[in-house]
Design a protein around this ligand. Sequence first.
Ligand code: TXA
Ligand code: MG
Length: 352
Amino acid sequence: MTYTVKTRLLQVDPVHPNVEVIKLCAHVLREGGLVAFPTETVYGLGANAEDPNAVNHIFAAKERPASDPLIVHLHDIGQLENIATGIPSLVFKLADQFWPGPLTFVLQRNDKIASNVAAGKSTVAVRMPNHPVALSLLKDAALPVAAPSANRFSRPSATTAQHVMEDLDGRVDIVLDGGATIIGVESTILDLTKKSPLILRPGGVTLEALRVFIPEVQQSTRFLRADERGIDAPGMLIKHYSPRASLLLFSGDPDLVIASMKSSATEQINTGKKVGLLLPDSEVGLFREFSAIIYSIAGELTDVSHYLFAGFRSLDASGVDVILAHDFGRTGLGAAIWDRLLRAAEGKVVYC
Ligand code: TXA
Ligand code: MG
């Protein structure tokens, strides 16, 4: 199935969204259309979660397998009982702390939510985004809105409206341009349907922050396997968030990592490859003698997460064959950054 439309790109003030623009987008959602909108994490591709037809158009536009369930977005916690059932009290405690924000709960699904939203599963993922544009759109539409990241399947998530247009122009009704998203990596997915709370995807809310409220929370490592069988979050195949270029990820002792990246860069350049480097600003000087394309990011983890996907897309646009990158630790936001890098690298890690 395809979904072909003329896409309208509309500007919206990210802090004080224009009422008329929001009303138009809400109307399009209620009519079964697709609207891409900014959230605090990445751009989302929204459709009415109660309309299976509209939801099918999301899968078609993204070329996403129907086996990969979507996150339902809400603006008011009162909507939750129309989305999920058997909601544990922990949800309200955590929502109090982290909503609106980059935390998604997996709960038992209410039948009002179209079954294709959840890829036929009995569970549903739900979150309240922390962005004025997203919140006013959800409020005006007065609907639960299913919204995956607004990129083509397996491409890096879109953190600007231009990225959305690159991937989805001609496939969605409206792209709402509210500027670059703040966090830059997706929400943390917390499964509350199991015996104990399990993080299926590290994201904008850190493990450390969750541990304050749920000391027993665990982080799943299952989704890091290349093997699709038995996966908890079906979208979490190892190849994901990928630039077109192949990515080689280096991890370990910082000096050894730099030495290893240098020798790999030399080797690749000597075999005629166009090399891209994704680096913190502080390391740019170390690679000055290489004829490589460098995308550099200030060293704070919040900067790295903000620019990570833009970096992949920018290096791709420069036509590099291979991207060399290293990890940024595993604590705090570092865990989400590591996860995205690992998947972009399709698991190819050089441990130093
Ligand atoms: O920050 C975000 O979460 C962004 C913004 C737009 O909200 N959304 C996002 O959606 O990243 P998406 O579809 O790109 O990623 C959602 C992930 C998928 O990997 C999917 O497998 C998982 O959530 N998921 C959705 N429903 C699930 C469920 N019922 N059980 C387990 N995993 C689920
Ligand atoms: Mg996605």
